[in-house]
Design a protein around this ligand. Structure first.
Ligand code: GNR
Ligand code: NI
Length: 172
């Protein structure tokens, strides 16, 4: 297993649209295992392949409580089949926008069809943080970041802070 570098904004690679996976093979399983390890190390509750530079519709999530056993879920080519009309606001962060947070409205409950780590078709119902997280990861597939859902003013402030952080990192 390997830790993969996480791309941080602003970076045009985060705006690339991800393509469906054709076959779930050992190479893809290696990528997903590395993504999971990278996510736990960060730490985060979700990670999309584009955040490590791979434009495929693949995500890993684990929204288990700290006190519970890990509950990793690997989702390949996920599709939201059903979404509740009612929305819910959640304070979101993103490993690609380090230390930035904002409230985003998303569907409260969703039903998702996807392929699992073995390439077998699965379906899950999610609410709470898991629902929010899967919708956040699916946005990454479209090159969308959580700041795209907030006001232009808040977004500009966050992007300014991220540019500044990158500059500081580059100059040391
Ligand atoms: O670790 C993460 N936490 C989080 C919190 C609220 C809503 C969404 C997320 S996803 C984020 C990890 C990440 O950037 N995934 O793309
Ligand atoms: Ni994210």
């Amino acid at each position: 297993m390997a830790l993969l570098p996480i791309i941080t904004a602003p970076d045009p690679r985060l705006r690339v649209k991800s393509e469906p996976v054709e076959t779930v093979d050992d190479d893809l399983r290696t990528l997903m295992d590395d993504m999971l390890q990278t996510m736990y190390d960060a730490p985060g509750v979700g990670l999309s392949a584009i955040q490590v530079g791979v434009a495929k519709r693949v995500m890993v999530v684990d929204c288990a409580d700290d006190r519970e056993d890990p509950q990793p879920i690997y989702l390949v080519n996920p599709v939201i089949r059903e979404a509740s009309d009612d929305l819910r606001a959640y304070e979101e962060g993103c490993l690609s926008l380090p230390e930035q947070y904002a409230e985003v409205d998303r569907h409260d409950r969703i039903t998702v069809d996807y392929l699992d780590r073995d390439g077998a078709p699965q379906s899950l119902e999610a609410d709470g943080l898991l629902s929010t997280c899967i919708q956040h990861e699916m946005d990454h597939f479209e090159g969308i970041l959580f700041v795209d859902h907030i006001s232009a003013l808040k977004r500009a402030m966050i992007m300014k802070r991220l540019k500044k952080a990158k500059k500081l990192k580059a100059t040391g």
